[in-house]
Design a protein around this ligand. Structure first.
Ligand code: THU
Length: 142
């Protein structure tokens, strides 16, 4: 890992933390932020957006990915995710849910990096393939 690598990870985690401020989570009280890095170097952020019909809730990761795709970006290298109870500091690693992992698999390669963070210094790094092994994809039927 070189120093610019460290720099972009810390930046992504910081952007995810800033995005979590926008979380709309009146039901769970849990705030999540995500920051998605494109191959071109742009960062798209997202927060969780809940709904009184709980199933209509959108996770932070999907908000970021859908924002990017809706603006013509489909080549992604990494995402940072951070979560915490409103009014508290992050204390647990916030892992992407299964639906978000599947959405990542739609657009991202196996070596897409997922940083689950508590802070810029305290995070775990995974390849998408580790988080969603043997994933279902369109190669099965196309
Ligand atoms: N949440 C995310 O934003 N990302 C995940 O990967 C897991 C869960 C949100 C959805 C909901 O608003 C809250 O966390 C509690 O489930």
């Amino acid at each position: 890992m070189n120093s610019s690598d460290l720099g972009i990870k810390a930046k992504l985690i910081n952007e995810a933390l800033l995005a979590s401020d926008m979380a709309y989570s009146p039901y769970s009280g849990y705030c999540v932020g995500a920051a998605l890095l494109t191959a071109s170097g742009r960062i798209y952020t997202g927060c969780n957006i809940e709904n009184s019909s709980y199933g209509a809730t959108n996770c932070a990761e999907r908000t970021a990915i859908f924002k990017a795709v809706s603006e013509g970006e489909k080549d992604f290298t990494a995402i940072a995710v951070i979560g915490y109870k409103r009014g508290e500091k992050p204390v647990e690693y916030a892992f992407p849910c299964g639906i978000c992992r599947q959405v990542m698999a739609e657009f991202c390669k196996k070596d897409f990096k997922v940083y689950v963070a508590i802070s810029g210094e305290d995070f775990k790094e995974f390849r998408l393939e580790e988080l969603l092994p043997e994933s279902f994809g369109s190669d099965c039927f196309m």
